[in-house]
Design a protein around this ligand. Sequence first.
Ligand code: MG
Length: 190
Amino acid sequence: MRKIDPTLIGFDIDGVVADTVEAFFRLAKQRHGIDKFTAAHITEFDVAKCLPIAPQIIDAIFDTLLEAPIEADMKPMPDAVAVLTMLSHHAPLTFITARPLQQPIAEWLEYILGPATFARTRLIAMGDHDKKSTYLKKLGIQYFVDDRAETCINLKEQGFSPVVFNQPWNQGQHNLPCVSSWREIGALCT
Ligand SMILES: [Mg+2]
């Protein structure tokens, strides 16, 4: 892949910036006593389709991660904060998430990035996986890092340059450029 201008890249949050799955399994264990699964068991984006966990438990955990990510101790992916901080010195950071609630994830971003970096951040939470292109266009973003293969394929079809963040649930589902770590993202952008 050729070098990416930091002014042209945006990021999804869950499964890319946030280690949402670690928090999911930790809450499943702490609150529901479920501890027989790992991220490798999540072979599809829709967790309910690949984990034999009651849908109401899955929903309860995701509601907690949606409404109270700081209290749930949701963690950033390794090196995400260092690379985002570095990139924020080159360009404003852009995050577009399908989360429908803006406030809790804005607070989480400020919490992990710190107020100075957060002040150089644009965040869009719009509740729809398939409308990200509208916002990318508006914000002048060409490259977008996301862990949902369907979203990336859709963005590619619309002329954007998606980068898939490798996760067990997107393996073998696309032929797009991909990365496995934030170090790789940093190297691509600098
Ligand atoms: Mg995601």
